[in-house]
Design a protein around this ligand. Structure first.
Ligand SMILES: Cc1cc2nc3c(=O)[nH]c(=O)nc-3n(C[C@H](O)[C@H](O)[C@H](O)COP(=O)(O)OP(=O)(O)OC[C@H]3O[C@@H](n4cnc5c(N)ncnc54)[C@H](O)[C@@H]3O)c2cc1C
Length: 268
């Protein structure tokens, strides 16, 4: 199938891009790495009148150390992060699970966050590490927490005239655990879990990545990995079934992964 016709723009600055979104609103769609948008266009699941290619906007690129952590421009390709010295190791561990190398050479951090696949690694990382998302429109800019941003599967809290500009991560070195189950290497996770510090997240299980606050409370009270933690995870995990796996499978395997990532973080 071919996409429906659209006008193509390749602005050279953020201001120019934002004025296109101010003009076209819901009829415009941002093109980042195209790894999700291009198939959606080809299948006519997206039929924008205007596609705005963000590739030439310098303000949207780059990784910088900040006073409190890291600022990653939305158009930073996933593969670029594998080469940034000093980035917290949990990021490289998570990114290595995103598709294949070829996909990571095109896919961007922001594209992944906005696309909000429930099994995506970046939405899970953003929730786990309590990232802040910087949004901009020609009306101004605002910041949202990852929880505020992730409304539903493939539904981010962006207004039609807004772009995601960057993601800010706090200092997030230190021990962690990150595991997922996928049918083949490079596939989206059927189920995943990650632990960093006192935070635990499950992904691929429910509508959006889920912080497991009951498990976190268990750990804060001195509880460790083991049967009790696994039962807590099973009880609180929002699991859904689809053609790839049943809800019961996701809950059971997800709880086992929680036990493993918490154990790995404790042992590190
Ligand atoms: C075979 C295959 C396997 C994959 N496996 C995985 C996987 O295991 N894990 C995983 O997480 N992902 C996986 N992906 C998806 C990949 O990570 C994509 O990079 C990601 O989903 C979208 O990023 P993108 O830069 O390609 O965005 P695009 O496809 O260009 O855009 C995605 C969506 O985000 C919007 N958008 C993009 N940037 C902005 C912005 N700055 N502001 C506002 N809106 C924006 C677009 O309009 C579009 O709606 C896979 C993809 C393929 C093709």
């Amino acid at each position: 199938m071919k996409s429906s016709p659209f006008d193509y723009h390749r602005p050279e600055s953020l201001a120019e891009a934002l004025s296109l979104f101010a003009e076209w609103g819901e009829e415009a769609r941002a093109l980042a790495g195209g790894q999700s948008l291009v198939p959606m266009l080809a299948m006519r699941l997206a039929r924008p009148a205007v596609v705005v290619d963000l590739a030439r906007i310098p303000e949207l690129r780059g990784v910088a150390r900040t006073a409190g952590g890291w600022r990653i421009g939305t158009m930073t390709r996933e593969v670029e992060l594998e080469r940034v010295a000093g980035l917290p190791p949990i990021i490289a561990a998570a990114i290595s699970h995103i598709g294949h190398f070829q996909i990571r050479t095109q896919g961007t951090v922001g594209g992944s966050l906005v696309h909000l696949d429930p099994a995506g690694e970046w939405p899970a990382l953003s929730m786990l590490l309590e990232a802040t998302l910087e949004l901009a429109s020609s009306r101004g800019s605002r910041r949202l927490s990852a929880r505020e941003f992730a409304l539903a599967p493939m539904l981010a809290a962006l207004e039609p005239d807004e772009l995601l500009v960057a993601v800010e991560l706090p200092d997030c070195g230190g021990p962690f655990g990150f595991e997922e189950v996928e049918r083949r290497p490079g596939d989206f996770a059927l189920v995943g879990a990650a632990c960093h510090g006192a935070s635990v997240v499950a992904f691929g299980t429910g509508r959006v990545p889920q912080r497991l606050t009951g498990c976190e409370a268990h750990m804060a009270a001195g509880g460790g990995s083991g049967l009790e933690l696994r039962k807590l995870a099973e009880d609180e995990m929002e699991a859904h079934g689809d053609i790839h796996a049943s809800a019961a499978y996701r809950r059971q395997v997800g709880a086992r992964l929680v036990e493993r990532v918490v154990g790995a973080a404790a042992a590190a």
